[in-house]
Ligand binder design. Structure first.
Ligand code: BTN
Length: 248
């Protein structure tokens, strides 16, 4: 894929900018809207995304994943989450005391803190995903946060300030690699195996909460729609969509 970087000094949200490009039919696959500052960076649901001027990566990539059926949208989540994880791992000396994981559905965690988040917006026409906006926030050089819950940056684990441009190039390279690999092979089973292997808290008894309260459970699987399957002590399983369950 050929990436076309549209670099804007500051913008309300790179996802909203990408949305406008799509609405005005000016979007192409590989367009990357990059900014050093978002006035109102968006997170999932009603959340915001905090990122100080020039310190981190905040950008959106436009994809046209016609090879992914709308029912398989979670494939894109897996491709992008694993790509970010690859790059974060590459920047850190991972050892026994450092683990980089994907927290379901699409946060990237270093140890038990969030280093990156993704905001997907898929535009479906008939039985195909016509356009997808992949908004990525990756914390790189920001040391202090005001409101973000549980944040961490690469700078907390490395000794010198990192170049956001260099990390962007690495990230686009990994996204392209994993995306084109799936376009050609469509080996969604293997992709899922890799996602499960890198899933935060998978296979470990942990505390969760849902509308019934706090409970002990173990993540055992993700279904075809990307829903989380948690096994409870009785041996039964519970299935959750995004926002129906919280990790404690
Ligand atoms: C989340 O974890 O809640 C998702 C965060 C996504 C943040 C990125 S930053 C670039 C892009 N533009 C936005 O307004 N949000 C995404």
């Amino acid at each position: 894929m050929k990436f076309n970087i549209i670099n804007i000094d500051s913008v309300n949200s790179t996802n909203s900018y990408a949305q406008n490009l799509i609405s005005s039919r000016a979007a192409n696959e590989g367009d990357v809207i990059l900014t050093s500052y978002q006035e109102s960076g968006r997170g999932q649901g009603s959340n915001t995304w905090e990122s100080e001027h020039g310190s981190n990566l905040t950008f959106s990539v436009i994809l046209q994943p016609h090879f992914i059926q709308p029912a398989d949208q979670f494939v894109l989540t897996q491709i992008i989450s694993l790509s970010i994880m690859d790059v974060v791992k590459g920047q850190l000396q991972t050892n026994d005391s450092m683990s980089v994981k994907v927290k379901w559905p699409n946060d990237i965690y270093v140890n038990k803190k969030k280093i990156a988040g993704i905001l997907f917006q898929n535009f479906i026409a008939g039985d195909s995903i016509e356009n997808s906006i992949v908004g990525i926030g990756l914390n790189i050089n920001q040391k202090k946060f005001q409101n973000a819950s549980n944040p961490v940056s690469l700078i907390h684990h490395v000794s010198e300030i990192l170049s956001t441009e260099v990390i962007l190039q690495k990230l686009l390279y990994r996204i392209d690699y994993r995306y084109e690999e799936q376009r050609i092979k469509q080996d969604f089973q293997l992709l899922k195996t890799e996602y499960m292997k890198n899933l935060y808290l998978a296979g470990e008894w942990s505390e969760f909460s849902d509308k019934t309260g706090i409970f002990s459970g173990k993540i055992v699987d993700i279904d075809e729609f990307g829903r989380l399957e948690i096994k409870i002590k009785s041996g039964n399983s519970r299935i959750y969509s995004f926002n129906e369950v919280t990790f404690i």
